[in-house]
Design a protein around this ligand. Sequence first.
Ligand code: PGA
Length: 252
Amino acid sequence: MRQKIVAGNWKMNKNLDEAKELIKGIKKEVQAGLEDGTRVIIAPCFVNLHYAAKKTKKSTIEVAAQNMHQANSGAYTGEVSADMLTNLGVNIVILGHSERREYFGETDELLAQKVDAALENKLEVVFCFGELLEDRKSGNHFKVVENQLKKALFHLQEADFKNIILAYEPVWAIGTGETASPEQAQEIHAFVRELLTKKYGVETANAISILYGGSVKPANAKEIFSKPDVDGGLIGGAALKAEDFAAIIKSI
Ligand code: PGA
């Protein structure tokens, strides 16, 4: 059975005081653990990872970084390596988020290097991909998604996919209030699973969790999660409030 996962991407929000409050709130909401085994992940900014990892150690909540550098160490001012993350007890990293691609020039080629570095350091990767509005309007969304996955991930071995979580995030739905319809999400998720089946076989393809991200809220989560190939969500804005995040988790 595929893992169900709800991950909160806090982006550049919450200072330490605010992060403390939010973690407290989330712990309270999900303290009993989730009977169905849904994984709950939070991704605070780098400076709050140490605190978050320590505070959630004994809980079922897992902590992810939002990015990392591809080198293990060196003269890369302002960057953070995989080893620095694992040393803090952070075992998951989000890579390829569209904001990293758009504002920081991250390409699929660079992301392939980051994925390799993460896996070498035993980090689990939440790999984001998704098309721009113009790609969807011109009907290129399947091709764009296929290219992103092929360039950044398809050099991997089948066994590597045990440590990969995929997150389909159509760029036009991120932070815009506009959600892909459950049918649009399902269509791409099924397409991705088909690509994975062709490359790695049906067993691997069926074992990979594919999350949907882009304006998921308590009001629309249930419908999106009800689709057979949607295995959870990567949540931005609605992950910044404990009650909303908890309501989304409970929708799965
Ligand atoms: P959003 O962000 O839920 O605020 O649209 C999702 C994301 O960027 O991961």
